[in-house]
Design a binder for this molecule. Structure first.
Ligand SMILES: [Mn+2]
Length: 233
């Protein structure tokens, strides 16, 4: 049986991604690669990362930065000047990238796992409704108002009454042996209290690590970032 390999937020860090593949013992046509989204932006080689993933037809869940990038490619928005440089560096026709990215799912749900870019709400409503806004952006859950929040850790106030989404009480979560996500960059791999929800965005683009998780071996594989260290990485 092949392995299922999840890869955290790459954010344009091609060199680290290639080093990670060297360390994974990945077997093409047998193993399954699932990128947890945010292939682009922040790092130095976003166009090259997109083309690497495209050419190898690896599965990718859509992240918030992939979504903004896709909208820019489609000419529907212009959120970051940097995206223009990424677009001009692409060697594959824009139309091919657009139709490929439009098929990125906002989650992948199997009997053995649920994989998503940012997270899900405790009643699983975003899965039922295919709500990419929640799946791509959630960080906290507001149980008083039954709503999600996408604010960062730095914007969080004690008075907010928000809890990390994966610590919300949820019968929906209990059905999964593993839920895996990226999006919230942290120095360490994040585990929920019951260790069944795992966050593997370890801030490669900020000088942290690029992390993969091999499901069948319950094993993490990490590569040290070559990027300039920012924040407390
Ligand atoms: Mn993200």
């Amino acid at each position: 049986m092949g392995k299922t390999i999840f890869i955290g937020d790459v954010h344009g860090c091609l060199d680290e991604l290639l080093s990670l593949f060297n360390k994974l013992n990945y077997v093409p046509d047998k193993d399954r690669i699932i990128f947890l989204g945010d292939l682009v932006h922040k790092g130095p080689k976003s166009a090259e990362v997109i083309e690497f993933v495209f050419k190898n037809s690896y599965e990718t869940i859509i992240g918030n930065h992939d979504y903004y990038f896709l909208k820019t490619l489609e000419g529907k928005s212009k959120p970051y000047a940097e995206y223009e440089n990424i677009i001009s560096s692409l060697t594959i026709p824009k139309e091919k990238i657009i139709s490929w990215m439009n098929n990125f799912p906002c989650y992948i749900k199997e009997d053995t796992f649920l994989a998503v870019h940012a997270g899900i709400d405790p009643d699983g409503k975003c899965i039922e409704e295919n709500n990419s806004d929640v799946c791509m952006n959630i960080r906290y859950w507001d149980s008083a108002n039954n709503n999600f929040s996408s604010i960062t850790e730095h914007q969080l106030k004690k008075s907010d009454g928000l809890i990390a989404w994966y610590e919300a009480k949820s019968e929906y979560f209990d059905q999964f042996n593993l839920m895996i996500y990226g999006h919230s960059a942290k120095k360490e791999i994040q585990f929920s209290k019951n260790h069944r929800i795992i966050g593997i965005d370890t801030g490669c683009c900020y000088g942290g690590m690029l992390t993969a998780y091999i499901l069948e071996e319950n094993k993490f594989v990490q590569i040290e970032s070559q990027q300039h260290k920012q924040f407390d990485y």
